[in-house]
Design a protein around this ligand. Structure first.
Ligand SMILES: [Mn+2]
Length: 388
């Protein structure tokens, strides 16, 4: 056997030596095979890995947002910048127009996003331009002449990048694509209360995770419009890294201002009897502010059980908190409103809530309470005391 194969190899060499054209053909075939293998391996790599490897090959990039950037564009921008920095590539996030809407301004402030405004093609920070959340440069002088290095987007269009194009029109947000890139590279989202040093290997910062989740919820109207399964999956991946307080500050800037205001009113206006407190915060435009105020109040020194009440559109909303074993808050609230028309209340030992609808008098007119607020406050204190 060995002798046969040795002879066959010898015959092959003789044939090659006798025919230089055959040498070229064999070498060419081998080269084509190597190239095909390399291409196959490149295509087989996940998009996030390919994208990161491309970024690693550049010294610096300009991450260009569309004119008047929204939350999804800014989220994709900070995500590309974080990926770039993870491979020691400098990134500058650039935009044209203005950041106008209140939520978008809040996004920029809360997540401390550095944005560089440009007017002219010469303002671009790097030769390699990565377009996010749009696929053809626009909104500045000379935009037509810019051939982007890479494009990551979810809008329909003809635009693309020289080295890389990833446009997924079935996705609800560009942020979902970027979230997948981090997942592709095996990055672990860092919880908001953890230190980066506690997580080994590739990471996704809380700041970027929070931004990306905001990008997804804002572009899909809170996952109710045009959201694909991929957008939900991206949200689930990001969730452990999201800072919920910051997300709320971005998503509801006005409400969060009111929440602070209501907390302040709850503290300033509280009535304290023993270790219990009740506070009437008056009218509110968002009822979410009431439980938040109750959380704040029960944290005050010397206070073990609290009820905060506020009014919206004629309905009184109650929210109670107890860290006192003597007070089952759900039962206390239930007892407090047991004699009131159109009232419901209940809950657990430590937290409870309730509502009292507009009180209707005998002649049918609404908004005329058949009891006073002071009386209600007395009932609440009595109920916490176990006297109702
Ligand atoms: Mn978008």
């Amino acid at each position: 056997m060995a002798q046969v194969s040795t002879r066959a190899i010898q015959a092959g060499w003789d044939a090659l030596a006798a025919n230089p054209r055959l040498v070229v053909a064999v070498a060419g075939g081998a080269l084509a095979l190597v190239a095909a293998l390399a291409l196959y391996r490149r295509l087989r790599r996940a998009p996030g890995e390919r994208f990161r490897a491309l970024l690693a090959g550049r010294e610096s990039i300009s991450v260009l947002l569309h004119p008047n950037p929204d939350g999804d564009a800014m989220a994709a921008g900070i995500a590309v910048a974080e990926l770039a920095e993870s491979v020691d590539t400098d990134a500058v996030i650039q935009y044209t127009g203005q950041v106008r809407r209140q939520e978008n301004r809040a996004f920029r402030t809360v997540l401390d996003v550095e944005l560089d405004r440009i007017d002219h093609v010469s303002d671009l920070a790097a030769e390699a331009v990565v377009l996010v959340d749009h696929n053809a440069p626009r909104g500045f002088a000379g935009a037509d002449g810019v051939l982007p290095f890479a494009v990551v987007d979810h809008h329909p269009g003809e635009g693309g990048g020289e080295a890389y194009t990833d446009v997924r029109t079935d996705y609800g947000a560009s942020a979902s694509i970027l979230a997948e890139y981090f997942r592709d590279t095996g990055a672990t989202p860092i919880p908001p209360d953890a230190h980066e040093t506690e997580v080994t290997g590739a990471t996704l910062s809380t700041r970027t995770a929070t931004g990306l989740l905001y990008g997804i919820i804002s572009d899909t109207n809170r996952l109710t419009r045009g959201a694909a399964a991929a957008d939900f999956a991206a949200g689930a991946y990001l969730q452990p890294g999201v800072d919920e307080d910051n997300l709320e500050r971005i998503a509801d800037p006005a409400v969060s201002t009111e929440a602070l205001d209501v907390k302040a009113r709850a503290i300033a206006g509280r009535e304290v009897r023993g270790s219990f407190a009740v506070s009437d915060v008056g009218r509110v435009s968002s009822v979410d502010a009431i439980p938040q105020a109750a959380d704040e109040l029960v944290g005050l020194e010397g206070v073990t059980a609290v009820v905060v009440l506020g009014e919206r559109e004629g309905t009184i909303h109650l929210s109670g908190r107890s860290r006192d074993d003597r007070v089952h808050m759900g039962r206390a609230l239930e007892a407090a409103v047991s004699d009131v028309n159109d009232a419901s209340a209940g809950g657990h030992a430590r937290m409870g809530g309730g509502q009292i609808g507009p009180q209707v008098t005998a002649d049918g007119s609404e908004d005329v309470p058949v009891f006073g607020r002071e009386e209600l406050i007395d009932w609440l204190f009595d109920a916490m005391d176990g006297e109702r």
